[in-house]
Design a binder for this molecule. Structure first.
Ligand SMILES: C[S@@+](CC[C@H](N)C(=O)[O-])C[C@H]1O[C@@H](n2cnc3c(N)ncnc32)[C@H](O)[C@@H]1O
Length: 433
């Protein structure tokens, strides 16, 4: 910042620099700062710091976004980011590399607690548990963009620019075998997007250049299987994506290389154990359990163990290939039935006598209608695996309205260095809460 007068709040615009005190962390990994009454969501910050922030986005009459470009008073938990791609304008894949890992987990815990408090009216102290394996090299699956120059990597923060990953400048959170695979990746040239052509024309009416339509970059999925081998898939690759073998909960699972599997090496195992623990204490032998948003059947396997050969497990999954693989993966459980379809559509067709429901919806959550339906069925227990604390909090409120209380909550650092966190929440009828 120069010696010029500090800008007024309504003068905040991209490129403007302001000095602020950093406030609490918000959902999404940014911290909240206030400048002359205006809210700035600040990246690369730690609560309590004093810093110079460069504005990166400003909506008239609304909030701004910015990044710390200079720390004036550092928090003791601030550390030099270990990755060379991290920093102002850099890779958008990580949010917390500048924060000591234990403090990262405290920040995530604060976000989960705040969302529960604000959206569900629940006061709860949250602890985010680390996973085995450390805070780098944990990622066994990435979905990276491919640009016209053939570079592969995550996108830069709030941009379509590819951050090129290669052996010289690896992605530190990815398993080294994933970075190594980028060096030998043989994507046919036809898959690469066309480079932007021609100079930008000025808009005749306003004199401003037209907004450049962001190029939709093709995405390459690199998936590392349990044996360490990395498989690459990309749009237009002939045939269906290969099937790879993953291992969790004491058994193998067949998964499409471009299908859903927890990206952290240890996450599927840890979450399966947490779901098993959440089901414990409910007598399930010979009864019925549902695995909603079930993927290739990870939690169906946990339910099948708890329910035993005399009981019934129903898996519901909208992706046809994953639904088929769940049937194959659970073939040794005679009581398993896989249903392919959207949970919303399949629910009314199921026998409503269900003792345990496990649900693991995508980031948007299950939503109030599904939650109301589930609560209305009166299961003994509902176990909710959530990758988004806001969706979990909204659905917690919906389940509470249906008579189900939050009985226990565990949170796991399944995505170290990023703002993401996974929760396993146990709900029981409110009287038993
Ligand atoms: C977070 S993944 C969980 C998968 C699985 N439980 C696991 O841990 O491997 C969510 C899954 O829900 C599926 N899905 C998304 N929306 C759905 C819907 N409306 N109905 C059924 N499945 C859905 C996705 O295809 C994906 O497999």
């Amino acid at each position: 910042m120069s010696g010029a007068a500090a800008p007024a709040a309504d003068e905040l615009a991209p490129g403007v620099e302001v000095e602020v005190t950093i406030g609490p962390v918000a959902h999404g990994g940014h911290c909240v700062a206030r400048y002359d009454g205006r809210v700035i969501f600040v990246r690369l910050a730690v609560p309590g710091e004093r810093a110079i922030v460069r504005i990166t986005q400003a909506k008239a009459g609304s909030f701004c976004r910015g990044e710390v470009i200079q720390v004036l008073q550092a928090d003791p938990a601030r550390i030099p980011a270990p990755c060379s791609h991290y920093g102002p304008g850099g890779c958008g894949g990580c949010d917390f590399q500048h924060v000591q890992p234990d403090r990262q987990r405290e920040l995530k815990a604060e976000v989960v607690a705040e969302q529960l408090q604000r959206l569900a009216g629940i006061e709860r102290t949250v602890v985010v548990e680390p996973l085995p394996g450390g805070d780098v090299g944990w990622r066994s699956r990435v979905r990276w963009a491919l640009d016209a120059q053939g570079r592969v990597g995550p996108r830069a923060t709030r941009s379509h620019r590819v951050v090129p990953i290669n052996a010289l400048r690896p992605c530190l959170i990815a398993d080294p075998a994933i970075t190594a695979a980028t060096d030998t990746l043989d994507v046919p040239p036809g898959v690469h997007p066309a480079p932007p052509t021609g100079p930008r024309r000025r808009r005749r009416d306003s004199g401003r250049p037209p907004r450049r339509t962001p190029v939709a970059l093709p995405e390459v999925v690199l998936a590392q299987a349990a044996d360490g081998a990395v498989t690459a898939t990309w749009p237009g690759r002939p045939g269906a994506a290969p099937i790879v073998t993953e291992h969790a909960a004491g058994r193998d699972f067949a998964v499409a290389a471009d299908g859903f599997w927890q990206p952290h090496h240890a996450a599927a195992d840890v979450l399966a154990a947490a779901v098993a623990a959440a089901l414990a204490g409910v007598e399930l032998a010979g009864r019925t359990g549902w695995d909603l948003y079930g993927g290739v059947g990870l939690f169906a396997q946990v339910l099948a163990e708890a329910i035993g050969p005399e009981g019934t497990v129903i898996g519901v999954e909208s992706d046809e290939r994953a639904a088929d693989l769940a049937v194959a993966n659970l073939a040794d459980h005679p009581g398993f039935t896989g249903r392919c379809g959207e949970v919303e559509a399949v629910l009314p067709t199921l026998d409503p006598a269900v003792a345990a429901i496990v649900l693991d919806p995508p980031r948007s959550g299950a939503g109030p209608r599904v939650c109301a339906s589930l609560a209305g069925l009166g299961p003994d227990v509902i176990v909710y695996v959530a990758c988004d604390p806001a969706a979990l909090a909204r659905d917690t409120a919906a389940l509470a309205a249906g008579g189900y209380g939050l009985d226990s909550l565990r949170a796991f650092d399944t995505f170290p260095q990023t703002h993401h966190v996974e929760c396993v929440a146990r709900f029981v009828p409110a009287a038993a809460d």
